[in-house]
Design a protein around this ligand. Structure first.
Ligand code: DEZ
Length: 331
């Protein structure tokens, strides 16, 4: 078996070599020629997987060591018999740590203020759960779940959440051309619905918030922006970066445990698809928890201003900052 793996996926080397010939390759060097005779690809968000890369190849499995799958043309893969697996939930606690850490360090008081969570999937539900544990009033918006009849929480409309919340955090996947498409879900009209002084967090995908509209809105000084995911990464809008209160290089989910879970899930996808067994020893298992979460523990575990300073100092090194990131521990 031949596997091509992104060389920036940590904790992966040496674990599949007993069953496969594995090549670790920089994402920009993963080409059509290279994958032609491969059986599986293990990628991150930096490899676009669709016809351009995979047409005519022998790849049967694409495993992405990420939650997001917008870099994968799911329809094309399905139509061409290529199985796709992601690492659902892997870094959800890391993102919750990021969100709550930036909120608490920016004057948000969970005992008095209201948090809006848009997208109640793997990540949004954990962010909301930590909010409940901290005594916060949490408003949730997730139109697909509402339509599907879920009654686990009260689902509100986006405008209700934008109007009422003191902070709004987005945890939707990036989707286009479909019902509930999230591309530019938030533009000028939606930003104008926010309360004065509200905090807006985008740690989902850059394109969920229209960055040009966000920049114009921020210039009026009425709200605060916390931006981890950007349109046009890695070539981010430098003016928007300066206007943001917290600006980080798409590292919200970069916890040590989250990266280990992602690697474990990618290996499990290979094991299941090819009926083999690999070495998963020492890799973090599924997240089960929130017990003992407190404001003190969250604040002590992560300071987003360090990452903000680093990005402001070297914005052109967006990918380098991610590649060399010192993974933090979850609280
Ligand atoms: O989709 C995800 O899992 C996250 O956006 C993740 O943090 C991206 O990770 P990367 O592609 O840099 O490994």
């Amino acid at each position: 078996m031949r596997i091509i793996a992104d060389d920036k996926i940590p904790f992966l080397r040496g674990r599949m070599e007993s069953v496969a010939d594995v090549s670790y390759v920089s994402p920009d060097a993963i080409t059509r020629e290279m994958v032609k005779n491969a059986d599986a690809l293990i990628v991150r968000t930096r490899t676009r997987c669709g016809a351009e890369l995979l047409q005519g190849s022998s790849v049967g499995l694409v495993a992405t060591a990420t939650i997001g799958m917008d870099h994968i043309d799911l329809g094309w893969c399905r139509d061409n018999g290529i199985a796709v697996r992601n690492a659902a939930r892997c870094n959800a606690p890391g993102v919750a740590q990021y969100v709550w850490s930036v909120l608490l360090r920016n004057g948000f008081d969970p005992r008095k203020d209201t948090l809006g969570v848009v997208g109640y999937g793997n990540i949004g539900s954990i962010v909301a759960d930590w909010g409940n544990r901290l005594g916060c009033r949490v408003l949730v918006c997730d139109p697909p779940r509402k339509r599907a009849g879920y009654s686990d929480v009260r689902y509100l409309s986006l405008s209700q959440v934008l109007n009422e919340a003191d902070a709004v955090t987005f945890h939707t996947p990036l989707t286009r051309d479909c019902e509930d498409a999230t591309f530019h879900l938030v533009g000028r009209r939606e930003l104008d619905m926010l309360k004065r002084g509200a905090i807006v967090i985008n740690a989902a995908r850059g394109e969920v918030v229209d960055n040009a509209a966000w920049k114009l809105h921020l210039k009026e000084g009425k709200t605060k922006a916390i931006i981890d995911t950007w349109e046009w990464e890695p070539n981010i809008d430098l003016e928007l970066m300066r206007l943001a209160t917290v600006a980080t290089p798409h590292i919200a989910g970069y916890s040590l445990e989250g990266k280990q879970r992602a690697t474990r899930m990618a290996i499990e996808a290979v094991e299941e698809y090819f009926g083999v067994e690999c070495d998963k020893s020492g890799l973090e298992g599924a997240y089960s928890g929130g017990d003992g979460i407190s404001m003190e523990r969250i604040c002590a575990s992560y300071n987003p201003f360090v990452d903000t300073d680093n990005l402001r100092r070297t914005p052109d090194d967006f990918e380098g900052l991610r590649g060399r990131y010192d993974y933090r521990r979850e609280p």
